[in-house]
Design a protein around this ligand. Structure first.
Ligand code: FMN
Length: 355
């Protein structure tokens, strides 16, 4: 059997297949991560919405009878102070949507916010010692980075430009996940602020590969073996795939979300800040179409999501997609549903036979 043309990531992370199942907060699962890791590829679990105890529990469930490496993923955003004037603007932007459902916007209570990786989570990670940890929106503080590295945990971070890639390499990251504009979910931008200048994977990947000495991982719009082969040709040592894994039976995806994924065409997604306050790519629906995708009125991440939750819940109750957050990338139309283990092995075999 042929070998992968670049083995740097395989050796760094102790993998047999250079495919990472993307962490997907709210949509991945212990079963998904276990299935992918058990093939020799890398399964991931997003921890942005989990409490420290939930992370402990999930990590031990992934490990149960499975000795391959796995990845825990955290957000590293900066929390801005709550801003009452900005909250008022966000309320007035959403008021008519609330009226559509007969909901009272003033009655909405605080919800659990997505918190950045901190001292408490670092202790949990030191305790459960995943082989790999990955970050979105930058990296944690240097002292937390030191602690992870001292434990021998490999650190990955998503980047969206050459500048961000150099920044994570300079701060001790072991490999950079290059996130092209095609990607589903949140844009990882942390130095970049202008979403209009975000780069597609074909242009970004070779530029980052040329600029770094650490391995680079391609992410965004890769959904079959052809994308994997192209990523290697452009300088990647591995790929990270999100949307494609949403189609697997192990993903935590509701039937309406699944149906939307299955019917989304190439132009069916867009980047919006109207769900969380940060830019993210998802399937177009009525809320996004009516509201124009991007607005200055959106409250800062992670606060914006609190006022969206009741609209999502009301919409979901009626079985409608109108206000649902349906993160997905531009290659959703390429994917065929399959169990994760079979899918991962097939991707690897098909990619190797084309290389
Ligand atoms: C539903 C969904 C949720 C995501 N959540 C996270 C997350 O919690 N953490 C993270 O690092 N990346 C997250 N991402 C982004 C992925 O890491 C990756 O950049 C993206 O999936 C690659 O593009 P693709 O979806 O076209 O494969 C998410 C992506 C999707 C589709």
């Amino acid at each position: 059997m042929r070998d992968w043309p670049d083995r740097r990531l395989l050796e760094l992370l102790n993998l047999e297949i250079p495919i990472i199942q993307a962490p997907m907060a709210g949509s991945d699962s212990v079963a998904l991560a276990r299935s992918v890791s058990s093939t020799g590829a890398l399964g991931s679990l997003a921890c942005a919405l989990l409490s420290p105890d939930e992370v402990r529990e999930a990590a031990s469930a992934i490990r149960q009878g499975m000795s391959r490496p796995f990845n825990l993923n955290f957000f590293c955003h900066t929390m801005e102070a709550p801003d009452t004037a900005a909250e008022k603007r966000w309320k007035s932007f959403l008021q008519s949507h609330y009226e559509g459902f007969g909901l009272d916007i003033e009655a909405v209570r605080e919800s659990r916010l997505r918190l950045p990786f901190n001292e408490e989570m670092c202790e949990v990670v030191e305790e459960v010692k995943p082989e790999i940890i990955s970050f979105h929106f930058g990296l944690p503080t240097p002292d937390l980075m030191d602690r992870l590295k001292k434990r021998g945990i490999r650190v990955l971070s998503s980047v969206t430009s050459v500048r961000e890639a150099k920044w994570v390499e300079d701060r001790g990251c072991d490999a950079a996940i290059v996130q092209g504009f095609e990607a589903g979910g949140h844009r990882a931008m942390f130095l970049e602020t202008n979403v209009a200048t975000q780069v597609g994977l074909f242009a970004l990947l070779p530029q980052v590969a040329d600029a770094l000495s650490i391995p680079v991982i391609a992410a965004g719009g890769i959904a079959d073996a052809r994308g994997i082969v192209a990523a290697f040709a452009l300088g990647a040592s591995g790929v990270q795939m999100g949307t494609a894994y949403l189609f697997c039976s192990e993903a935590s995806v509701s039937p309406v979300y699944r149906q939307a994924l299955e019917t989304t065409a190439d132009t069916g997604t867009a980047v919006t800040n109207l769900f969380s306050g940060r830019h993210a790519r998802g399937i177009l629906n009525r809320y996004l179409r009516d509201s124009g995708l991007i607005s200055e009125a959106a409250l800062a991440f992670p606060y914006a999501a609190t006022l969206i939750a009741p609209l999502r819940a009301a919409s979901e109750k009626t079985g409608s997609l109108d206000y649902m957050q349906l993160w997905a990338g531009q290659a959703a139309g390429l994917v065929r549903a399959m169990p994760a283990e079979e899918f991962t092995r097939k991707l690897a075999a098909d990619a190797l036979s084309r290389m």
